[in-house]
Design a protein around this ligand. Structure first.
Ligand code: NAD
Length: 487
């Protein structure tokens, strides 16, 4: 990306010192950045615990927003989210408000210097950061049933998948693996997989493959060295990035980038570690690796390489903070300040046993997503009912609905938790109080929204408790809704 620079040639970046160990590790990281000659102008914002406790429920005062939005990069130390009191997660607020759509988490093992059974592990998880179940749209609909809306969009999928392929291209990586659960969720995860296949064709030099998320996650745990770049949906990405960090044996060493179209945020994967705050024992490596991602993003790959190589030399020398120190493997246990000094002393050196890094000037450009306007045709409606009468026998519900509904509509089926229970359901199926009733126009006539309103009105008059509807559409003639299990 093109970086904004000031008249002095420095790039303005927003910095938040955070809470707990935040100030110590940020001080360490800025010392290293300065010693390495990073041309950055640090503009400090006060966010986090103090802001929360002074009444900003998001943890971010207005003046901090202005600075964060003005600069292209934001280096953020971990923040303590106060318990209770309606405080919102600052990370989620920043991610969503600024459209930070790509969460990029490189995970690598540094064996034998940091204990891990997977010496060859070097993968990057590109996690979709805005959609999926994290839209947070939840409702309780009946006494027994709650639901969450899982939103997967074509532009959101296309943008993150393109980002993954562009990242692989820019960083000389050879393979992109998509993970989804499209054997079950054919329309949501199915869209993600379909877009992946479409985009993959545009990158013939990069291998592409797809794993169902369950076996994919198992393989990340058991054979992480077989993966290169993984692109996946928000929830799966959240889970597998923790699995990957755990098997690398180095949760405290991982950095994370949250990339947006204008602003991007860089941080450590770990939290504010209040148990060790102020003791000069925290490992600054996670935040340092976040800062390295920021330098590459700002087009300063040479300085990023210099820092990472000095850091690898320090790990190789056996100079370790307490969290990584293992007798037999490590030479010397040091605190945050001495670890920082050791990295600064090694700037300009390259590791001899661990592989030196070479980032290249990795400019990642994700072209705007294509607009589509397929032909959309209304085919019918799913009407959801709250119904808990007597023994809840679905044959009774079906018969009552057929008697009450308007002419011109046909009750196609009733499902309970997705399983067809009418007509011809099985008595073994468990019935909750939440029923989906699928209505299609009788004799294939064309329908409009007003027809659905008439149907709902007739049902209301018939005494049915309608709790929601979902329209059934085709798009360019293709069915845009799932069939009931057993339909
Ligand atoms: P944590 O990551 O802060 O700590 C977990 C354990 O790892 C602790 O034992 C801690 O001492 C250790 N640890 C973490 N970072 C370390 C480091 N750099 N060096 C050495 N040891 C380290 O997780 P937690 O205790 O669950 O959360 C503490 C606070 O951090 C909470 O308020 C939570 O909301 C917040 N948090 C913030 C972020 C963020 O700002 N991105 C992320 C996660 C958690």
């Amino acid at each position: 990306m093109t970086s904004q620079s000031t008249s002095s040639g420095t790039i303005p970046v927003t910095v938040a010192y955070g809470d707990g160990i935040g100030p110590e590790i940020m001080e360490s990281v800025i010392r290293i950045l300065q010693a390495a000659g990073a041309p950055l102008d640090y503009q400090v914002v006060e966010i986090g615990e103090k802001a929360y406790l002074s009444g900003h429920t998001s943890g971010i005062p207005t003046e901090a927003w202005d600075t964060i939005r003005r600069n292209k990069a934001f280096l953020k130390a971990p923040i303590t989210t106060p318990q209770g009191g309606g405080y919102k997660s600052l990370n989620v607020t920043i991610r969503k408000s600024l459209g930070l759509y790509a969460n990029v988490r490189p995970t690598k093992s540094y064996a034998p210097y940091v204990a891990s059974p997977h010496s060859g592990m070097d993968l990057v998880i590109v996690r979709e950061n805005e959609e999926d179940l994290y839209a947070g749209i939840e409702h309780q609909q009946t006494a027994e049933v709650t639901q969450v809306l899982k939103l997967i969009t074509r532009p959101g999928s296309e943008r993150i998948i393109r980002y993954a392929f562009e990242y692989a291209t820019a960083h000389g990586r050879r393979k992109v693996t998509c993970m989804s659960k499209d054997n079950i969720m054919k329309h949501t995860d199915g869209l993600f997989h379909k877009v992946f296949d479409e985009v993959a064709k545009e990158y013939p030099d990069i291998q592409s493959e797809h794993h169902i998320i369950d076996i994919g996650a198992a393989r990340v745990a058991a054979m992480p060295e077989t993966f290169d770049v993984i692109v996946t949906l928000n929830l799966y990405g959240d889970i597998i990035s923790d699995i990957a960090a755990q098997v690398a044996g180095s949760v405290g060493l991982a950095g994370s980038a949250n990339i947006g179209t204008t602003v991007s945020m860089f941080e450590a994967v770990h939290g504010s570690a209040p148990d060790i705050a102020g003791k000069d024992v925290a490992n600054p490596s996670g935040l340092l690796m976040g800062a390295v991602q920021m330098l590459v993003h700002l087009g300063k790959a040479d300085i990023a390489e210099k820092i990472t190589n000095a850091w690898l030399c320090t790990l190789e020398s056996g100079i370790h903070t307490a969290d990584v120190f293992r007798s037999g493997l490590s030479e010397r246990e040091v605190g945050t300040k001495l670890f920082t000094d050791a990295i600064i002393e090694r700037l300009g050196q390259r590791p001899t046993s661990l592989k030196p890094v070479s980032y290249g000037n990795a400019e990642i450009h994700v072209p705007p997503v294509r607009n589509r306007s397929p032909r959309k045709e209304l085919q019918g409606v799913d009407v959801f009912l709250d119904w808990a009468d007597g023994d809840r026998n679905p044959d009774r519900l079906g018969t009552a609905l057929e008697a009450a509904t308007l002419e011109g509509w046909k009750l196609k089926m009733i499902t309970n938790r997705g399983v067809k229970v009418y007509p011809d359901g099985l008595p073994e199926t468990f019935w909750t109080d939440h029923w989906r009733c699928r209505f299609l126009p009788a004799s294939g006539r064309d329908i409009v929204f007003a027809d659905i309103l008439q149907l709902l009105s007739a049902m209301e008059q018939g005494g049915f408790d309608v709790i929601k509807t979902e329209h059934l559409y085709t798009f360019d003639g293709e069915r845009g809704y799932s069939l009931g299990q057993g339909e």
